[in-house]
Design a protein around this ligand. Sequence first.
Ligand code: SF4
Ligand code: MG
Length: 322
Amino acid sequence: TTPLLEVKNLQKRFLASKGWFQQPTYVHAVNGVNVTVNEGETLGIVGESGCGKSTLGRCILRLVEPTDGEIVFQGNNIRTFTKADMHNVRRNMQMVFQNPFDTLNPKLTIQHILTEPLIAHHIPKEDRQSLIEETIEIVGLSKRHLSRYAHEFSGGQRQRIGIARALMLRPKLIIADEPVSALDVSIQSQILNLLQDLQEQFSLTILFISHDLRVVEHIADRVAVMYLGEVIELAKKEELFQRPMHPYAQSLLSSVPVSDPDEKKERILLTGDLPSPSNPPKGCKFHTRCWACMDVCKTEAPLLKEVEGRMVACHLYSMAGE
Ligand code: SF4
Ligand code: MG
């Protein structure tokens, strides 16, 4: 397995407030994330809203500028690339958004929307129309849709258009942020299956961001679980869903309904609220809600370390090997 993307110690701090006599306060939306995405795989990123998963996705594309760290894509650290070099990178790295309607200009025809990226990346005029027609059909629509406007389509169709636009330049990596969360459940699986077909057809690598564990279980090969800006567990999907190791991952996974009705699953309910990201707890950020909390957890932040072939950031496991 070759990594297509390596995110190293990525940080994003936002200025949260600044008063006359106060120290400025910052939100660490992404706090030292390390993940590798291998060529051809789908890496799921899960966590509650506010855990930093969307910011992470946007930082990788530099739609949001990271504060620190490295983004190594196809061997280059693109975090320090100029705007012009980043423009070239985006040919190979595209984003699919949750609500394509927000990002599809309603005043433009689909033909126009799909032509834009081709012009921006200097695809010769004589090649454009065949690419557009091929792509609209690949996503399950047809040539006759090209003269219509985005508002004339249903949610599922709009997401197909959003995917077509992302696919126009035949990128290597797609970052999909909650791509089916705005859709009816019946439409969700159609779009997920489409993404899987496209992945095979174009050898795509997908970073799939979602709060919905059921959706991630459907599509991901490996899954990273985030909590307050940090990855707390990263494992193969089957391993994570069968036996989550981090207490937070255990509670999150316990809320997923099991498909087998005979299988009993105990729901682990968390006590306490999600701490404020501008004032996170010291030590392990999960310690205020963790039933396994030990003294060390209140002062020392556990690092993401390899445990039984997967990655976990929890003192319960780091103790054993030391
Ligand atoms: Fe719980 Fe401690 Fe593990 Fe954090 S490090 S999840 S507080 S046991
Ligand atoms: Mg989000």
